[in-house]
Design a protein around this ligand. Structure first.
Ligand code: ZN
Ligand code: MN
Length: 490
């Protein structure tokens, strides 16, 4: 796919709310506004009343430093904030306090990179910069923006700290954009600065063009999942326009996530339209190397380092280890379990990983939750693997335990409750096989001509035992009995 798209140029601007900060960027209002009454988490500063003065939240600098280090950016040691002027109901002051890397201004940090994997090859997507800015208020419409008879404004979000990550325009397909965001989400989770699963914690603007043509900017894509879709739509739209001989103009478009289309909002404004100038109400910020070093020491192991270590310590494949580390909760869960049983070796490490990545992750996706929100413990999975290993249950049966395990029921309790111990008692199996042979003379006759009919007979035993009879023993016993009855027939 990406080779077909090599005429596509994509750059992403990702806005992430620092949801793990307790207070807003320039005031002490709480950031924990989700699900609250509108306009209750506000003060003169974040609704921009005249005479109010902003004060920088100290913790912000530490959080931004964590992300800058994790993304391998170069942190600017001294910077100040800028005003970006535009008039809109979500911006009560008439300007947004942000950072600007021109006119003597600097971003929080420059450069950086995110390594992505597409079609089994790795690529480093380089970043332009990351910078800090305040979130505007939230506009609420009845139905959608086009038909709503009114606009409501909720200032609870106003002034929450955003960190903006700007990639270079080097992404060449919607799939690569998806992988980029997947890795970014993972890195953000490891730094502990934000919970990107929270509604509205992330917004993406995407610049996209077909080589040699003007670009469009698709604004306010409200979830990572929608980005790939919006980009795919936009590529088709631009290519079709070009095919019809149209000239593309630089414009700002809106992603309508209900209709799944982009709509032209306005021809693109230019930077000069915003009349950026330094924010005189705030003093410049200075960050020294000692501070950066301290933050670095507290930073946890990042996903790519962790994947390398998991490969060494648990002999996992590159693919498995990279998938496992994506979600920090899952990776922590894995290590807690894999380390807890001294009898575990290569085979069990691999099985443990498979259970997590397949059946358990599948269950979490289906139920739209995360592993720490369930009652599943690492011991559950350890016990499951051990019971399969010692022959008490089959893998098939184990899969039926997942629902119960998620509720916290122990594996031994489930075995007792379900009575689904694997049947490996030869006498019981022999009795079952005799019954099946007697009840199915036609299949037995078929078997004399075609050995494949054996499967049908084994299937009958499985049906009688709901899959609990040991398949290997059943097969052996059944064959023996059929051989014997053949001799009798003669
Ligand atoms: Zn406030
Ligand atoms: Mn921005």
């Amino acid at each position: 796919m990406s080779s077909q798209n090599n005429d596509v140029i994509i750059g992403l601007e990702v806005h992430i709310q620092l949801t793990n900060l307790k207070t807003k960027l320039f005031c002490s209002c709480s950031t924990n506004y989700r699900g609250t009454e509108p306009n209750t988490f506000v003060c003169p500063i974040c609704i921009g009343l005249p005479g109010s003065l902003p004060v920088v939240n100290k913790k912000v600098v530490e959080f931004a430093t964590r992300l800058a280090l994790a993304l391998d950016c170069k942190i600017n040691h001294k910077f100040w904030f800028f005003r970006k002027n535009y008039h809109y109901p979500d911006l009560p002051k008439g300007f947004q306090i942000t950072q600007y890397n021109k006119a003597g201004g600097k971003a929080f940090a420059d450069g950086g990179k995110i390594t992505v994997r597409v079609n089994n090859h790795k690529k480093e997507v380089m970043l332009n910069r990351i910078h800090l800015e305040e979130d505007p208020a939230r506009l609420v419409h009845k139905g959608n923006i086009a038909i709503s008879p009114f606009t409501l404004v909720d200032y609870n979000r106003s002034g929450v700290c955003l960190i903006e990550i700007v990639s270079k325009p080097v992404i060449d397909s919607p799939e690569e954009a998806r992988e980029f965001l997947k890795q970014l989400k993972s890195i953000v989770q490891y730094t502990g600065i934000s919970d990107l699963d929270l509604q509205g914690s992330v917004r993406v603007d995407a610049n996209i063009s077909i080589k040699g043509n003007e670009r469009s900017e698709v604004k306010n894509i409200n979830s990572f999942k929608e980005v790939e879709r919006a980009l795919s739509y936009e590529i088709v739209r631009q290519k079709n326009a070009l095919k019809r001989g149209k000239v593309l103009i630089q414009e700002t478009r809106h992603w309508d996530d209900k209709r799944k289309i982009t709509i032209s909002l306005r021809s693109k404004e230019f930077e000069a339209d915003y009349r950026y100038f330094p924010e005189q109400d705030l003093v410049p910020l200075e960050i020294d190397n000692i501070f950066i070093q301290k933050v670095k020491e507290k930073l946890p192991e990042m996903p790519n380092e962790r994947a390398l270590r998991l490969r060494r310590e648990y002999m996992l494949s590159e693919f498995d280890s990279e998938n496992l580390v994506l979600d920090k909760e899952i990776a922590d869960f894995y290590e807690n379990g894999a380390n807890s049983d001294p009898s575990f070796g290569y085979e069990e490490y691999k099985q443990y990983c498979n259970w997590l990545m397949n059946n358990i992750s599948g269950w979490l996706n289906e139920n739209n939750t995360t592993i720490n929100n369930t009652k599943l413990t690492p011991k559950h999975v350890v016990d499951l693997i051990k019971n399969i290993r010692n022959g008490k249950i089959t893998t098939k049966i184990a899969k039926t335990y997942i629902d119960e395990m998620m509720k916290g029921t122990s594996v031994s309790q489930i075995i007792k409750k379900k009575g689904k111990k694997r049947i490996y008692d030869e006498k019981i199996i022999e009795k079952l096989c005799r019954d099946v042979i007697e009840e199915n003379p036609n299949i037995v006759k078929d078997f004399r001509k075609n050995l494949k009919a054996l499967e049908a007979l084994i299937g009958r035993v499985m049906a009688k035992t709901k899959g609990q009879a040991d398949a290997k023993i059943t097969r052996e016993v059944m064959l023996e009995l059929l051989e014997k009855s053949k001799k009798v027939e003669k």
